[in-house]
Each structure stands twice: as structure tokens, then as C-alpha cells.
Design a protein around this ligand. Structure first.
Ligand code: ATP
Length: 392
């Protein structure tokens, strides 16, 4: 729940370990968190009284990625600004694996694309900041982003065949990716590329290097895409639904490969998936998104075994179980509200049985406590004893 005991409580609530947050605010000559509720003067006053003394989850000492109050928006045909992501904050440590789950339309892809500096056409940053290493992504120029992509971060998409160039053989695409960041002779880059193909589990690297993308199977294309994404040893690998289109055995192999990339190369991973089992087996922490916001965040164990948000509980309950007939299966009624149609208060409240008849849920938007190791944006999170409680 939003505590409005300003300014000290707000400082405590929104402080991200101090240094980073205030530097960022100074550079942008504004502070979006504080602007919401307090004047810049009290913001500065509260900065001087830096009383929390504890780094929050949005910026930690060894953070590789810090998303700070990110708001993305688009314009509708009437020229109104429609928010697509709403005040998101999260951080990722070096070498950490973070999973992002949520139904279609929750905003998962927009979030990871904005971290990768690849926003879709028509979408703009309406507030907040994204820091990857020492680069501020939202204000970086095209050339800076281009240099960052492929060197310090790589991304793998659901449709890898579509993301590869159909006109060039795999070998030359790998060579180009390697040489675009490092000066080396073509032959040496090809040798490195072949080794990389072998590293990602391709048994016949020579044949694959001489193939065109359309000649590869889905699993093979995904391995190639991972090889290209990691060819310059990035510190961050983003996998957006990278296993969704694959059959279960190939899915398991690609997940194993991503795990290996993380441990052997000490590469941080952001793994977006609808597959909760895959998320459970791969990541250290989980973010649950709903209607453009983070509704729950915590360790994989906490979030998936003891969820503190009714939406997470519903997602867990809806996952298919072996041997379950359709009639027995739980379906969460309704859909994620579209941007521009988000209800007042908690956006999940129209679908949540825990909120029924509760004025607070339909009038006040619950805040996620950024200082909690297991944060939930539910007014009645303390009533969540077991995952099923909200759904009876
Ligand atoms: N270029 C765009 N212009 C306008 N709205 C967009 C654009 N891209 C995405 N959206 C909207 O933003 C919301 C979030 O989209 P996003 O693709 O991030 O969802 P998602 O959680 O990744 O869904 P899925 O699991 O289906 O990929 C959706 O309502 C989508 O329609």
C-alpha cells in the first residue's frame, strides 16, 4: 500500500541505495519517484537525510542492469498518450538469472526490448531510466546502442530463423558478428565461430556453417542464435520466449544450454517465458508482470512455492498438470486489460476473488515494496497463506 508519510517514508520506499538514484536524478534534473509526491526541495532534503542505509533491489552494488521507474507509452489515434509499461523498477546482478512471467500482453517483451535498447516503432520512453553497466540506455544514441548490443548484451528471440538473415550462410553471419566487435582475420573468426557452434551443442559445425537459416531445424536455429548472441562474451543474455516454439525435448536442451552459458561464462540471463517449469529450473529470481506493472518479485523459490500475489497464485494454478482432464483444469477467467483500459486501483482486482467487495482494491493501486526481498503489489498479501486461498 502506498505510504504517504512524506518525505522520509517515501525516501525509504524509493531510495535505491542512494548513490545511483541521486546521480541519475541529478543528471536528468528530475526525479520521477519523488516528483509523484514531494517537491524537488524536499527530495533533496531527504537525500541529505539518507536514513535507510540499505541498498534497495532496484540498484545494488554489483548490479549489471538497473531499471528505475520505467514508463513506456504510445500515442493513440486521438493523440492521447497511452501507457504500456508503468513505473517499473528492478535490478539484475552480474551472473544472475532472472525470469519474467505473466500472461500475453502483460508487457514482458516491451520490458526486455527496452533493456536491449530495441523499442518497437511507435513506443517511446515516457519516464524513468535503464542503466546497463555504465550506459544509460534510454538516452543513448543509435551508434552507442548498436555497439552495446552484441558486445555487452545479446538477445535470442522466439523466431530465430526469422531473426537470422535468410540470404547469408550461418558461417558468414557468425563471422560478421564476431568481426563487428573485434578486429581479426576472417579465417580466425571462422575458426572461432565453428568452435562456438560446437560449444552450443551442434555436432557438425562445418555443415551448419555452410547452411542457410531455412535449412536448420527450430532447435538448431535456436542454438545458432545463442552462439551469435554470446560470440563476443556479453555480460547479459536476454531470451525472449526463446524456447516457446520448440518441442519439449528440444526445449529442455536449449534451457540446459542457457544454464551452461550462465555458469561457464558468468553471464547474467533474463529469461522470458510462459513455461513456469522452465523458469523454475533456470532462474534465481522471478518477476511477475500484469498489465504493465510488476506485481510480484522475489526468489524463484519464494514466488513459485509461496506466492504473495493472487495473480501469481492463479498462474501457478492454471498450469497444465499431467493426467488432468480439461474439465478439472483451472482457468483464470477474463483477460489482461489492454493498455488504456486499465481499471482504477489494483489492475488485477476485477479478476481476483481475494479483492471482491473490497473498496481498497478498486480504488487504490497497491505499491510493490522495493525494499522487500519478496515483494508483492497486493493490499492483502498477508492473507495469502497458500496459493489457492485467493481462488476458492
Ligand atoms: N508497438 C506497439 N504499439 C502499441 N502497443 C504495443 C506495441 N507493442 C506492444 N504493445 C502493447 O503493449 C502491451 C504489452 O505487449 P508485450 O508484447 O510486451 O506483451 P507480452 O507480455 O510480451 O505478451 P506475449 O507473451 O504475448 O509476448 C500489449 O497490450 C501490446 O498490445
Amino acid at each position: 500500500m502506498v505510504v504517504d508519510d512524506r518525505p522520509r517514508a517515501l525516501h525509504r520506499r524509493y531510495c535505491h541505495g542512494g548513490q545511483h538514484h541521486w546521480r541519475l536524478a541529478a543528471r536528468q534534473e528530475r526525479c520521477h519517484h519523488w516528483r509523484k509526491a514531494v517537491s524537488p526541495a524536499s527530495c533533496v532534503a531527504a537525500a541529505a537525510d539518507h536514513s535507510c542505509g540499505q541498498p534497495g533491489p532496484t540498484r545494488q552494488v554489483d548490479a549489471l542492469v538497473a531499471v528505475d521507474g520505467l514508463t513506456l507509452a504510445t500515442w493513440n489515434e486521438r493523440g492521447e498518450e497511452i501507457r504500456l509499461l508503468d513505473d517499473l523498477s528492478l535490478s539484475l546482478r552480474r551472473g544472475e538469472a532472472l525470469g519474467i512471467i505473466g500472461e500475453s500482453g502483460s508487457g514482458k517483451s516491451l520490458l526486455v526490448r527496452s533493456i536491449f535498447g530495441l523499442l518497437p516503432k511507435g513506443v517511446h520512453v515516457a519516464g524513468g531510466a535503464i542503466q546497463v553497466d555504465d550506459t544509460e540506455i534510454t538516452s543513448a544514441g543509435a551508434a552507442q546502442l548498436q555497439a552495446l548490443r552484441g558486445s555487452r548484451m545479446g538477445m535470442v528471440f522466439q523466431d530465430s530463423i526469422g531473426s537470422l538473415d535468410p540470404l547469408f550462410k550461418i558461417g558468414s553471419q557468425l563471422v560478421e558478428a564476431i568481426r563487428s566487435r573485434r578486429r581479426m582475420p576472417q579465417r580466425q573468426a571462422l575458426q572461432e565461430g565453428l568452435k562456438l557452434l560446437a560449444d552450443v551443442g551442434i555436432t557438425d559445425p562445418n555443415r551448419v556453417a555452410h547452411s542457410y537459416p531455412h535449412e536448420l531445424s527450430g532447435g538448431m536455429a535456436q542454438r545458432v542464435a545463442i552462439a551469435i548472441a554470446i560470440c563476443n562474451s556479453p555480460s547479459l543474455l536476454i531470451a525472449d520466449e526463446a524456447t516457446t516454439a520448440l518441442d519439449v525435448t528440444i526445449q529442455a536442451q536449449v534451457i540446459e544450454l542457457i544454464k551452461r552459458v550462465q555458469s561457464e561464462r558468468h553471464c547474467a540471463i533474463i529469461f522470458v517465458s510462459h513455461n513456469l517449469a522452465a523458469v523454475a529450473g533456470l532462474v534465481d529470481r522471478v518477476v511477475v508482470m500484469y498489465a504493465g506493472r510488476i506485481v510480484e518479485i522475489g526468489s524463484t523459490r519464494d514466488v513459485l512455492l509461496a506466492p504473495r500475489h493472487p495473480y501469481t497464485a492463479a498462474l501457478l494454478k492454471s498450469r497444465p498438470q499431467l493426467g488432468e482432464r480439461n474439465a478439472q483444469r483451472f482457468y483464470l477467467p477474463g483477460n489482461v486489460p489492454a493498455p488504456g483500459q486499465w481499471p482504477d486501483g489494483c489492475r488485477f482486482s476485477p479478476r481476483c476473488t481475494l479483492s471482491r467487495g473490497r473498496e481498497l482494491c478498486s480504488s487504490v493501486q497497491p505499491a510493490l515494496d522495493p525494499l522487500a526481498s519478496h515483494g508483492s503489489a497486493c493490499h492483502f498479501r498477508d492473507e495469502m497463506v497458500r496459493p489457492d486461498d485467493a481462488l476458492r
